[in-house]
Design a protein. Structure first.
Length: 335
């Protein structure tokens, strides 16, 4: 039987290459029957932290204690724990890290908690998310990075459920399979693109792409080629996050002008849609009234049509032809 080595508290130990998630879970659970002196001390410190009224949690301190109590002291120093200001799709993530000096093999994991999603959540959500990701890290390390993806491909197979259930029962936690907070996730998806192709009429997305970061849909998306084959439409940005004053001041003139152009294009596009609908309605009305309209009214009708094909500049309030608004902005308001 082959084996590999890893570090536990500075010591080299043997790891069974054939170990499964279920095997690793059973080994961890077996230590909870009669706690060692080190585990008892860790539990006392954890209880003290959780009973405190202080809303602040030192996730690194807590992770170190959970490592001793629930994970056989195998996680440190191979797991790096941190808050992530950019993680907005889920509350936590466990990333594998390759070592270029060791044949590009996996040697460590990064456990990240979402600062945007968790900073306004109850403290218990932070703790349950921390334990959830710690379970993933434990399986990666103990199974030599062959942590099972499970039936649903998410890594929450029988081993995960077994260990999570044991930890919940032991410490009265609520570690669940999924920990996405839908309302919080949606609140950060403020960059929105709309497709002008046939997919805009198909559920469940109706041609909309919403993201927390300003990254337009493109070839880097796994679904892009399928979309091109089945729809082939183009995406136009229709909404984005309002910038703070500090962010705006950091932008150069070209970036600011580009952002303004995006807003104007969306605004003019909306105006064109409304104008087209109004023109269609008026054309029908004019056809019904044409026989009754005196010749003197023709000039008034022409004037009304001209007004509908023009828009008001949002900067100087000058009336400009709809198809000339961008040229007017570049020429009269270059900055």
């Amino acid at each position: 039987m082959t084996s590999s080595q890893y570090s536990r508290n500075g010591k080299e130990e043997e790891v069974d290459m054939a170990m499964t998630d279920e095997d690793a879970a059973i080994q961890a659970i077996s230590t909870l029957g009669t706690l060692s002196e080190e585990q008892q001390e860790a539990k006392v410190r954890i209880d003290t932290i959780l009973c405190s009224d202080d809303p602040f949690i030192d996730i690194n301190e807590l992770f170190n204690l959970y490592n001793i109590l629930y994970f056989r002291s195998l996680l440190l120093p191979r797991v790096e724990v941190s808050w992530s200001p950019r993680l907005t799709l889920c509350a936590g993530i466990c990333e594998l890290v390759r070592d270029p000096n060791n044949g590009n093999k996996y040697t460590k994991t990064r456990l990240k908690l979402s600062e945007p999603l968790l900073k306004f959540r109850p403290r218990s959500d932070v703790i349950n998310t921390l334990l959830h990701e710690a379970i993933h890290a434990y399986f990666f390390i103990t199974t030599s990075w062959r942590h099972s993806r499970g039936d649903d491909g998410t890594g929450h197979g029988a081993g995960f459920l077994l260990l999570a259930d044991a930890i919940n029962n032991h410490g009265c936690y609520e570690v669940t399979v999924f920990h996405t907070f839908h309302d919080e996730v949606e609140s950060y998806r403020t960059h929105v693109w709309q497709c002008d192709g046939t997919c805009r009429s198909r559920p469940p997305f109706f041609g909309l792409v919403k993201r927390a970061m300003n990254r337009a849909p493109g070839k880097g998306d796994s679904w892009w080629q399928k979309h091109q084959n089945e729809c082939g439409g183009s995406f136009e940005k229709i909404a984005e996050t309002e910038m703070t004053k500090a962010q705006s001041e950091k932008m150069n003139g070209l970036e600011r002008a580009g952002r303004q152009r995006n807003k104007i294009d969306a605004w003019v596009g909306k105006d064109r849609t409304l104008t087209a609908k109004a023109a269609e309605k008026d054309a029908m009305d004019d056809s019904l009234r044409s026989k009754k309209r005196p010749p003197s009214q023709s000039s008034e009708v022409d004037a009304r049509k001209k007004i509908r094909t023009a828009v008001c500049c949002p900067i100087c309030a000058e009336t400009v032809a709809t198809n000339e608004i961008n040229n007017h902005l570049d020429r009269s308001h270059p900055s």
